[in-house]
Ligand binder design. Sequence first.
Ligand code: ZN
Length: 389
Amino acid sequence: MVRTDVGVAVGADGRIHSVAADAELRRTHPDAELVDCARGVLTPGFVDSHTHAIFGRARYEEQEMRAAGVGYLEIAKRGGGIHSSVRDLRERSEEDLVALAAERLRRLAAHGTTTIEVKSGYGLSLESELRTLRVIRRLATELPVRLVPTFLGAHEVPLEYRQAPRTRTEYLDLVIHEMLPAIASEGLARFCDIFCEPGVYTTEESRRLLTAARAHGLALKLHADELENGAAAELAAELGATSADHLAAISEVGIAALAQSGTVATLLPGTMLFLGRPRQAPARALLEAGCAIALASDFNPGTSPTVNFPLVLTLGVSQLRLSVAEAFVAATVNGAAAVGMAAELGQLAPGYLADIALFDVADHREIPYWYGDRRCQRTWVGGRAAHTP
Ligand SMILES: [Zn+2]
């Protein structure tokens, strides 16, 4: 819903008290500190419900290789791909990772994002997965942005478990019997995620891990049906996952299963754009079936290095054929649902957390329209100034 000539009253508790006409707010809150928004547009801060923001070096060489037709396996052979991020992260200190991620997360925040889900998954060993999650915990206290930590120890099968005498099953055992209990006992993650995709983890392996994660009190997410269909969306629905993410290769059966469930369909159009792939997730079919759609950046060094959430809105409209209103709902209300916080996040409404973004535009439809631009001027998280010019 779009309202004009209104202001937002925020309480000392960091929540929104009311959204009302200026004159009324001045009357009901005579002692309030005033912020002049200069007739810009206020939106709920964006909720980016899918990022891999903790990584070491950028992987810009791979972009040109892909453009030249070099395949995924060949890129890995030349030292690129996810395993290069794993090698790199394992050698970095917590201090180093905090510094790198803080700078990158500030860039996301500067585009109007106020909540960021952040996954581990470039460690793939007990020690380095725990280090990654501790980095996220530290950043959550040091940065003026809400972070939601997700354990993605099953991002890939690490190279050392791909040859005898070790096996992939041994790695999954390590994730389930050592990583999960350590993470749960330290309270380091809210979600457990897995890359459920043909060639990565099977649906059976995913069911095994996610069932164990649920028993440890973690909520569930899946990287599901991204490039090839593996009935991962069906598994997400079956397990009551909070979200199923990617879905460019979801089947009709998968769409029906998600529609029957409370699982949010999280779509990442920036990834397909960056990879130069023609196929996007079937957003309209998902909506028509009755699914809730969230949009997210998938910020990561390999397949979606964008920090620009308004650009993801642009892609939501131009590539996924969403209306602007649908794209905003996907970036706010449904993003909040995808991190399990829909009851208090993602809306400018009384009682909701005062996570707000101010844009230098006259009409909200300009935010996806000026694509690639940065129109965000300020953000507030819990009523406190977060990003400032
Ligand atoms: Zn991802």
